[in-house]
Design a protein around this ligand. Structure first.
Ligand code: ADE
Length: 298
């Protein structure tokens, strides 16, 4: 963690300074945290600062989430994952300084335009899947994939954020998880059922839900009553709107397979023709570690 900082009012301007950052507008608010846009004074770079109030949560419910979030984000360097720059703390608050995704939440975009076209969906979906594939290869499951946690940068590229519920390799004792978490409408059946589950396959289920939401503009399993929503999920009660293409229906059905063992994996999904077809595909990511190895070769 970085040095302790106390927010101070900047002389005359009514602006709040936070160490070397000037705090800007509120971008979003969660149960334990607020996210602000901020500016790094040294080079005028925009950042996002997640402010977590220790007094709002008990240490037991909040600290593990922060530790998970920071550890996961520090390990993951990928063009479609929000970078963490630094962590600062005071007695009552923790500040996560992150890359600023100027385009905001993908959910706002979907709500604004109603639903996404198939080529646009395919491009965003490839970017989420590429990020998740990278997480899983590093032993990390996200566990809370939903359009609210998918941000857009200034170029319209997607960035996965909010690793507060992620599972780290050291927590995966036998490779299976036991904590029920995530957001109900996007959560896999086996997670709801509190059985031991495979985090990567649970993320694959959530990918099925977001793919449906991108194209439909509404959820596949939805009900104001949580118990009824779970029942719909359990019975797989959903319909494809008529504009869904045949290949997309197939991909969604394979991701929303109730049996995690037969559900398509993220790895296998990447070789499906529909997934590979978009000309807009972002550049393939090369792990810098691999590059380092190359330069060490004689
Ligand atoms: N909302 C939450 N995190 C954000 C980020 N890193 N950039 C922009 N908006 C956000």
């Amino acid at each position: 963690m970085g040095p302790a900082v106390e927010p101070t009012a900047a002389a005359g301007a009514g602006e709040v300074l936070l160490g070397k950052y000037k705090l800007g507008r509120l971008l979003g608010r969660g149960s334990f945290a607020k996210v602000h846009q901020a500016r790094r004074l040294a080079d005028n770079t925009d950042v996002a600062i997640k402010v977590m109030d220790k007094t709002r949560a008990t240490i037991t419910t909040m600290e593990p989430n922060i530790i998970r979030e920071v550890s996961a984000m520090r390990r993951l360097r990928h063009p479609n994952i929000v970078r963490i720059h630094e962590v600062m703390a005071t007695k009552s608050k923790i500040y996560l300084v992150m890359e600023y995704a100027r385009g905001g939440e993908l959910l706002s975009k979907i709500l604004r335009v109603g639903r996404l076209t198939e080529p646009v969906t395919c491009r965003y979906f490839q970017q989420v899947v590429s990020a998740l594939h990278f997480c899983h290869n590093n032993g990390i499951a996200h566990r809370d994939i939903k359009p609210q946690n998918l941000l857009l940068d200034h170029d319209g590229n997607l960035k996965v954020s909010d690793f507060g519920l992620s599972a780290l390799p050291e927590q995966l004792k036998d490779g299976l998880l036991r904590t029920a978490c995530g957001t109900p409408a996007y959560t896999a059946l086996e997670v709801i059922g509190r059985k031991a589950y495979d985090g990567a396959k649970a993320d694959a289920w959530s990918c099925g839900v977001i793919l449906y939401v991108f194209l439909a503009g509404f959820l596949p399993f939805d009900d104001g009553n949580l118990a009824l929503m779970y029942r719909k999920t359990q019975r797989r009660e959903f319909r494809f709107p008529p504009w869904f293409s045949k290949p997309v229906r197939w991909v969604i059905s394979r991701l929303l397979d109730p049996n995690p063992e037969t559900r398509i994996s993220i790895e296998a999904l990447m070789s499906v023709a529909w997934f590979k077809k978009s000309p807009n595909r972002s550049k393939e990511y090369v792990d810098p570690f691999q590059l380092d190895l190359m330069t060490m070769l004689p």
